[in-house]
Design a binder for this molecule. Structure first.
Ligand code: ARG
Length: 563
């Protein structure tokens, strides 16, 4: 908010040169060290346009704006103009905004639909930790965009179609038992799937059988359809249980199978557009010399993952006329999305540019990347369970008097797993390290939640005071100011996270704010000081809790009142 104001002020002194506030805003920097001011304008870029040395420009600007009430002082250092805000104006403005806007702080009034395809696990396969990043990044992005005002459509593009169902049906007919499947669910289907691959290595005949079963499914064979529906229902039940635990919801579960009866028409337009080549019954589209062509139909007539994605993209456009359509899917599928978007472009769909793959790296658990085929799968649900158990012990040791230790352990344990998957830039591979995940001291979810709970418990102990009328002069100590500076940045951080589709920016921000708050908390007494100071410090604590609460919410974590 100050950035805009400062930019306007500086632009006012530069109107004759035709430089406006937007341009200045882009130039304004936050100096790495507060002794260099709250903002700094590097004048080097302006020198050529104004035909003046950078330090001259800085000096002229300094003179023109020095009298402004919001500025405590301005300094020219080299080609930089360093601006120091009048602390009490600044404090009153920032903290005032947080307290009056409440949970709307940092929100926006953007319009339009944003479609987010995320989580999208595969039916009859376990919901493994491999799907954790997509699930939590997508969910967080949905909340971030919604906070900014967009209408968000959360889509679970279930992998409920494909040749793997043929394999599973073969395995079921050879080794399956209804009873075991009913009681053990996906774990039993996984056992069958793994067994199939072991046996198929020796006996390639299995793959032919599997193809036949899948063809049967596509042609509506009663037994194949019955099995498919059964496996799908079983899987959905398990997925939904995991989502419920994580507090995650979808607006649509339109999976791949939904597009079965819609692909023919799309294939027809592709052929009519003259962008496809047929060879031996198969259909492919050349999408450029730099990447392989996109296969849309095999010679046996079967459609592919890409065929369904192209059809789904068109369906989504017709349905929602989105401003953006995001696909939160691992980086290993970059080529696939590149091909799909290029086909859409070749079809002349101008909105193809609004489709975007949001890739992420792999979570390494121990040393093994996860693989369904090998069967050494780590179930997401087991990880969540384990996190809750571990956190329960940690919390019980620290705070034996908690009113609801189980409830808190759930909030914090699940939050720890979510936060860990969001705390680094998404494209990086990461190792899942229990020590780090549940640590109350490190860069973890529990650390942020603990800061929030600490703030809430101070507020709970205080008597009602008129925090809205707080005295900003009482918050000019360096520890309080450091907190205020962070509070000011929050709206910008939320926008940046949306622009880059990077929830980690909010996670990092929450860690910084929690750390600054802890420093303040240890350095300054909050309760039992003179009234004016106490009221002001309580206002600051409330502001911190408010922003942490929004930040945690945007990441998909809960904010425990005590822990
Ligand atoms: N089911 C796929 C997988 O598990 C992810 C689907 C992503 N979404 C999409 N529209 N392709 O790898």
């Amino acid at each position: 908010m100050f950035k805009t104001r400062i930019a306007q002020l500086l632009a006012g002194a530069l109107t004759e040169e035709g430089i406006d506030a937007e341009e200045i805003k882009l130039l304004l920097e936050i100096p790495p060290n507060p002794t260099l001011g709250d903002y700094a304008l590097p004048c080097f870029g302006l020198a050529k346009r104004l035909r003046m040395a950078p330090n001259k420009i800085a000096a002229q600007l300094a003179e023109a704006i020095a009298e402004d009430a919001w500025l405590a002082k301005v300094e020219v250092v080299g080609g930089y103009l360093n601006l120091f805000l009048e602390p009490s104006c600044y404090i009153a403005e920032v903290l005032g905004a947080v307290l009056t806007q409440g949970n709307r702080y940092g929100s926006g009034e953007e319009e339009g639909n944003i479609v987010i395809d995320f989580s999208s696990p595969n039916i009859a396969k376990p919901f493994s930790i491999g799907h954790l990043p997509s699930t939590v990044i997508g969910h967080s992005l949905a909340r971030i965009y919604r906070h900014l005002g967009f209408n968000v459509v959360r889509i679970n593009h279930l992998g409920d179609w494909g040749t793997q169902f043929g394999k599973l049906m073969v395995a079921y007919h050879r080794w399956g038992e209804d009873q075991a499947i009913e009681t053990k669910g996906i774990k039993e289907l996984l056992r069958l799937y793994v067994k199939y691959h072991q046996v198929a290595e020796e006996d390639p005949e299995l793959d032919n059988e599997a193809r036949a079963w899948f063809k049967g499914l596509e042609d509506g064979d009663a037994e194949a359809v019955r099995l498919w529906e059964w496996f799908r229902a079983l899987s959905l039940q398990e997925f939904e249980r995991v989502y419920r635990r994580m507090g995650i919801e979808f607006d649509s579960y339109l999976g791949e199978s939904f597009y079965n009866d819609k692909m023919d028409e799309v294939l027809k337009t592709i052929i009519e557009a003259g962008i496809a080549t047929a060879s031996e019954g198969a259909l492919v589209v050349d999408v450029g010399d730099d990447i392989p062509p996109c296969l849309l139909k095999k010679s046996d007539g079967a459609t592919l993952y890409a065929t369904r994605d192209i059809t789904a993209a068109i369906y989504r456009w017709n349905q929602w006329k989105f401003v953006k359509s995001l696909y939160v899917v691992g980086v290993t599928q970059s080529l696939h999305f590149d091909q799909v978007f290029r086909v859409l472009n070749l079809l002349g769909h101008h909105w193809a540019q609004r489709c975007q793959h949001v890739p992420f790296g792999t979570i390494l658990f121990g040393d093994e990347a996860m693989s369904t085929r090998r069967g050494n799968v780590i179930f997401l649900e087991d990880v969540l369970e384990e996190a809750v158990t571990r956190i329960r012990t940690v919390i019980a040791a620290r705070n034996p008097d908690l009113a609801d230790p189980d409830g808190v352990a759930k909030q914090v344990g699940i939050g720890a797993v979510i936060f860990n998957a969001l705390a680094h830039s998404r494209i990086k591979d990461t190792e899942f390290d229990w020590e780090k995940v549940i640590s109350l001291e490190g860069d973890s979810g529990p650390y942020v939640q603990y800061a929030y709970a600490r703030g809430r418990s101070v507020l709970a102990k205080a008597e009602e005071t008129d925090e809205a009328g707080f005295a900003p002069q009482a918050l000019t100590d360096p520890e309080a100011l450091a907190v205020i500076r962070l509070l000011e940045r929050f709206p910008e951080v939320v926008r940046g996270a949306a622009e880059k589709d990077e929830p980690s920016l909010i996670a990092r921000y929450c860690l910084d704010l929690a750390a600054a708050f802890n420093t303040f908390y240890h350095a300054r007494r909050i309760l039992g000081v003179d009234d004016t100071t106490q009221t002001a410090r309580l206002a600051l604590v409330r502001g911190v809790c408010q922003v942490l609460e929004i930040g945690l919410y945007l990441l998909g974590l809960e904010a425990p009142e005590e822990m």
